[in-house]
Design a protein around this ligand. Structure first.
Ligand code: T3D
Length: 257
């Protein structure tokens, strides 16, 4: 059985981390496969992406057995060839990505989830910056993403103490968008991905691009970028359809073009 499952339903690419006996901890093969599947999401058939975990966890981060193995490729390779290309692909993919955190998300598993566009969690899920417990620093973009999501002080405390944050607190901190009851989680989280897949895909891609650059731009630069990007959005078929449907008092039918 592959460590990453991939399927497309209702224009949603469903990516399932699939090493449940290891809480979906990442080994090298799984990291490369995830990159491959994120690349497959560039297809026009895909208009949103849904990432979740098989079994009781989302992902426990790096497979610790792999780094203690004599054949381990070493930290430089693990970051530059495995994790950094994953989070970079997530941020650059011109489609919205939902992380549906079904259970514990630790270490790189947490930070991969947190860099997705919309992060939702089951009530029983939790988030742990587990790195300090094993003498490492938060990676996979965590030192960039987490303080921007929840503020410097909380990020600093969570990264240093390595404490577990339950889903309710994660929502309260602004780390994630929403928590669903365990019973409703699969249906409600997938509904978000289906909703996104029916929306104006290009406008969502431009929105994502604007959010990415807002993290480094000054206000005036951002206003200029919005101007340029809005002109691109205004040339899409979905923009015309949205306005026409509004005027005709009907539901718009967006095609992603
Ligand atoms: O080069 C580099 O490596 C740098 C990159 C680093 C990226 C990172 O992600 S570093 C952080 C690595 N992750 C961790 O340190 C987390 C380790 N895991 C845990 O602390 C706990 O498992 C959890 C808090 C996540 C969950 O606890 P719990 O009690 O719900 O489950 P468990 O019993 O600990 O784990 C269940 C099984 O999964 C267990 O296997 P067993 O005993 O039933 O055969 C456990 O060994 C396995 N497992 C959990 N996490 C990992 C793992 N196996 C390998 N690697 C793991 N990370």
């Amino acid at each position: 059985m592959s460590s990453i499952l991939f399927d497309i339903k209702e224009n949603v690419a469903i990516i399932t981390l699939n090493r449940p006996e290891k809480l979906n901890a990442f080994n090298g093969e799984m990291s490369l496969l995830l990159q491959e599947k994120l690349d497959a999401c560039k297809s026009d058939k895909v208009r949103s992406v849904y990432i979740t975990g098989m079994g009781k966890g989302f992902s426990a981060g790096q497979d610790l057995a792999e780094i203690t193995d004599a054949a381990s490729p070493g930290f430089n390779v693990i970051l530059s060839k495995y994790y950094n290309p994953i989070v970079s692909r997530i941020r650059k993919l011109e489609k919205p990505i939902v992380a549906a955190v079904n259970g514990v998300a630790a270490g790189a598993g947490a930070n991969i989830a947190l860099c997705c566009d919309i992060v939702v969690a089951a009530q029983s899920a939790s988030f742990i910056q587990a790195f300090s417990k094993i003498g490492l620093i938060p990676d996979s973009g965590g030192t960039y993403t987490l303080p921007r999501l929840i503020g410097w002080q909380r990020a600093s405390a969570l990264m240093m103490l390595g404490e577990k944050v339950n889903a309710t607190d994660a929502e309260r901190y602004g780390m994630i968008y929403k928590v669903f009851s365990d019973d409703e989680f699969a249906k409600e989280s997938f509904n978000i991905a289906v909703t996104l897949a029916g929306m104006p895909t290009k406008a969502l891609a431009y929105t994502k691009q604007m959010l990415n650059i807002s993290l480094v731009n000054h206000f005036d630069e951002q206003l200029q970028e919005e101007n340029i990007c809005q002109q691109k959005a205004a040339r899409t078929e979905d923009h015309k359809e949205g306005v026409t449907a509004f005027m005709e008092k009907r539901k718009p039918l967006f095609t992603g073009k």
